[in-house]
Design a binder for this molecule. Sequence first.
Ligand code: 5RP
Length: 220
Amino acid sequence: MNQDDMKKEAARAALEYLPDSGIIGVGTGSTVNFFIDFLAEIKHRFDGAVSSSEASTERLKAHGIEVIDLNAAGEIEVYVDGADEANHQLSLIKGGGGALTREKIVAAASKKFICIADESKLVDILGAFPLPIEVIPMARSYVARELVKIGGTPALREGFVTDNGNLILDVHHLKIMEPNKLETQLNDIAGIVTVGLFAHRPADVLLLGTPEGTRTVLPA
Ligand code: 5RP
């Protein structure tokens, strides 16, 4: 079984968590793309989706799934999204696809967050995957200097602009021992729009695709 097969397993398992009706929150990335394809098969069962990126919106619409503005959706029952890393408390690093800001908003507006990933994403300590941070363009250099002060090595994601018109700094060499504290600290830096650390709002359930089937991980 390759990595894509494991992503697909996890995506399929998320269908069990969907409500019988209402609106579903949909994340971004290759694992979520499998989930969207599965959603298409049961689109008669729900009213539509709130999307976390232009890419997911396009894929949802291509399947004939209605995309609903978050402002019109109210509280969402379930949000399904992938991750770049997850620890055993289900704090996450997200933003490998650059959609972290809208992902964080939709996760915050949802009652339940189901994270789907292949087994390689579960780690003991977050930070081997460079932490994505969305920044306002004029603040790029200032924010980068502040990130160096806390021990990170920021790198501008070359040629990339987010759906919100901002830039991404990928921060290397962070060993994240206290994700909650670091998220608060980074949120305080002027010019940072969103930190790709999801510790204040972690996932509620992690569905990990493995060669032996899907493993369900709950927060330790
Ligand atoms: C996008 C994300 C993705 O969820 C994350 O990068 C995982 O992607 P994939 O499912 O392709 O491994 O946060 O901003």
